[in-house]
Write a protein that binds this ligand. Structure first.
Ligand SMILES: [Zn+2]
Length: 115
């Protein structure tokens, strides 16, 4: 799965368009939109994966960057661009909605319902 999403984008970042070159060839990282494992239980499938450069990946995992369900890339909630989506890459927009909820802290609601 990870290799196919990298191939689909030729190691080009879906958020900023950067294609990192190394002596060994181009380089990119794969990010899960909805995190794997407890408590998020995201699927390990192509529609839950993004091809990102290491910069964007780190900021995405650190919730500095997020993607709105319409594909708008947000930096701390401020639109900074549009996610590049290949026609052969069917993103699951419900996973994007879930991810932006995590980023905005709303997913805490299940554990802090008592407010
Ligand atoms: Zn990037």
């Amino acid at each position: 799965m990870a290799q196919s999403v990298k191939k689909l984008y030729a190691d080009t970042c879906q958020m900023c368009g950067l294609q990192l070159q190394t002596a060994a060839g181009t380089y990119s990282e794969v990010a899960h939109i909805r995190p794997l494992g407890i408590p998020h239980n995201g699927p390990d499938s192509l529609n839950n994966l993004l091809c990102l450069c290491p910069n964007c990946h780190t900021q995405f995992d650190g919730h500095a960057l997020s993607v709105a369900p319409d594909g708008t890339v947000l930096r701390f909630g401020v639109p900074v661009g549009k996610l590049v989506v290949n026609a052969r890459h069917e993103l699951d927009f419900s996973q994007l909605a879930y991810q932006s909820e995590i980023s905005s802290g709303k997913s805490q609601k299940s554990s802090t319902e008592d407010l």
